[in-house]
Design a protein around this ligand. Structure first.
Ligand SMILES: N[C@@H](CCC(=O)N[C@@H](CS)C(=O)NCC(=O)O)C(=O)O
Length: 215
């Protein structure tokens, strides 16, 4: 398998970054051309490639479209040279549960961002934002007592690390405005100092983490 692929993409997207890391881990990044999407363009071909209009979406040279991020990761595990990042064997369900938590926290973060980005100012609903932030808060508590193992690269530690840095980018002191500046620190950093140590250890395990940082 040495066919070229197109990845519909956007730099800051946490779901795209997860896929980018797995592509590099499997030595597949040379086969992939990243094509940025323009979500504001009504004619954006992404909507034909993925009817849900979401990224990442992977376009194979036979025209097959693959989404969402987990399915792309599973595909890369199938064709890639590295060890699979989706767990198997002992501890599989625990790892998948940790992955589900990090993924859900990413989705809650995204909903906070969209509330600021997609609703007119006078319709911004703080109650909805607080509801999502409460999921993130409980998730951080759980994470602090059940951190994904860093024995080897897997979907649980990748998704957790990407989620924490996505929160630096978006769930910070200025989240209502959806800030994009690299210097921002997620609100999690003050309340969960231990997670920052875990993140530094993850970066030692995963050289692609720094390479895929969107700022
Ligand atoms: N479950 C999907 C989520 C992907 C997702 O929500 N991507 C965001 C960007 S980070 C998106 O495309 N949002 C546009 C939309 O929701 O219309 C996956 O894992 O791929």
């Amino acid at each position: 398998m040495s066919k070229q692929m197109i990845l519909r993409h956007s730099g800051p997207s946490p779901f795209c970054r997860k896929v980018d890391i797995v592509a590099k881990h499997h030595g597949l990044d040379g086969l992939i051309t990243a094509q940025d999407v323009d979500m504001n363009d009504e004619g954006e071909t992404l909507r034909l490639q993925n009817p849900l209009g979401k990224i990442p979406a992977l376009i194979l040279d036979n025209g097959q479209n693959i989404y969402d991020s987990q399915v792309i990761v599973e595909f890369f595990d199938d064709i890639g040279a590295g060890a699979a990042v989706m767990p198997t064997g002992e501890g599989r369900i625990e790892k998948l549960t940790q992955y589900a938590l990090a993924n859900g926290m990413t989705e809650a973060s995204l909903l906070v961002v969209y509330e600021g980005r997609m609703r007119p100012d006078d319709k911004y609903y703080q109650g909805f934002v607080d509801y999502q932030l409460s999921k993130i808060g409980r998730g951080l508590e759980r994470l602090a007592s059940d951190l994904p193992s860093l024995e080897r690269l897997d979907i649980a530690n990748i998704t957790t690390a990407v989620m924490l840095e996505y929160m630096d980018l978006r769930i910070n002191d200025d989240f209502k405005n959806g800030t994009e500046l690299g210097g921002n620190k997620g609100i999690w950093r003050d309340s969960h100092v231990g997670l920052a140590d875990w993140l530094s250890e993850f970066e030692k395990l995963c050289p692609y983490f720094g390479e895929t940082r969107p700022y």
